[in-house]
Design a protein around this ligand. Structure first.
Ligand SMILES: Nc1ncnc2c1ncn2[C@@H]1O[C@H](COP(=O)(O)OP(=O)(O)OP(=O)(O)O)[C@@H](O)[C@H]1O
Ligand SMILES: Cc1cn([C@H]2C[C@H](O)[C@@H](COP(=O)(O)O)O2)c(=O)[nH]c1=O
Length: 194
């Protein structure tokens, strides 16, 4: 059974870049949520402006993601780009209520380690405006700031093994080295690097 490592953070914190490099270094599978089969439907929900509909959409994609990850773990380690903390934090801020119970009903597979990437709001904004495809909610820095604070609180309250890293202050390579150090201290690295 492989290890399950989750990379979390708000938009522009460097999740995808970090997760890809970490997966390459460990020979692990990179997995992004929501799963690929939901790509088209996601834009439908995004444009509907229905906060509850959007939450239930992401919630159901998590159930599928957990099942796919469980299968992948039988052959390899998995580095997952966003998981349940993203869903809980984004939608708790949008809906202004705790979603802990709804998410816990899914009885999701638990990560061995969750890494929360964060970065200063100015840095995140600069990174996002360089993207031609940035959505308005991604550029809503106050909203993203609240989500980031909620993610940190949720991790502190609900996660056993987690690490918070500032990607505004370190290169991608340095960030990955810090994650590898944490895996080592948790004695996960030896079984991860095969
Ligand atoms: N540690 C880092 N130091 C400097 N720049 C970084 C770092 N990590 C990522 N970046 C840069 O930040 C930008 C955003 O990175 P990336 O797309 O990986 O973020 P993301 O969190 O996955 O964003 P989103 O959730 O919006 O897709 C990219 O241009 C990337 O090169
Ligand atoms: C998982 C998840 C994501 N979102 C939001 C967060 C981002 O602003 C967008 C795009 O996410 P991507 O991974 O950077 O493509 O979707 C959300 O609102 N709810 C969620 O559960």
């Amino acid at each position: 059974m492989g290890h399950f490592i989750v990379i979390e953070g708000v938009d522009g914190t460097g999740k995808s870049t970090t997760a890809h490099l970490l997966a390459a270094k460990l020979g692990a599978v990179y997995y992004q949520t929501p799963p690929a089969m939901f790509k088209e439907v996601r834009s439908v929900f995004r444009n509907m402006d229905n906060a509850w509909g959007n939450f239930y959409f992401y919630l159901s994609t998590l159930a599928v993601a957990a099942r796919e990850i469980q299968t992948l773990l039988s052959n390899s380690d998995v580095i997952c780009d966003r998981y349940s903390f993203s869903t809980q934090a984004y939608h708790e801020i949008s809906l202004q209520q705790s979603l802990h119970t709804s998410i816990s009903h899914l009885d999701l597979l638990k990560p061995d380690l969750t890494v929360l990437l964060r970065a200063d709001r100015v840095i995140r904004h600069e990174r996002l405006i360089q993207r031609s495809s940035a959505h308005s909610f991604e550029l809503d820095i106050d909203y993203q700031e609240q989500v980031q604070a909620r993610m940190i609180r949720l991790l502190e309250e609900e996660s056993t093994h987690f690490l918070t890293l500032d990607t505004g202050a370190a290169t991608v390579e340095e960030i990955v080295q810090q994650i590898l150090g944490k895996l080592n201290s948790l004695q996960l690295e030896s079984s991860l690097s095969r």
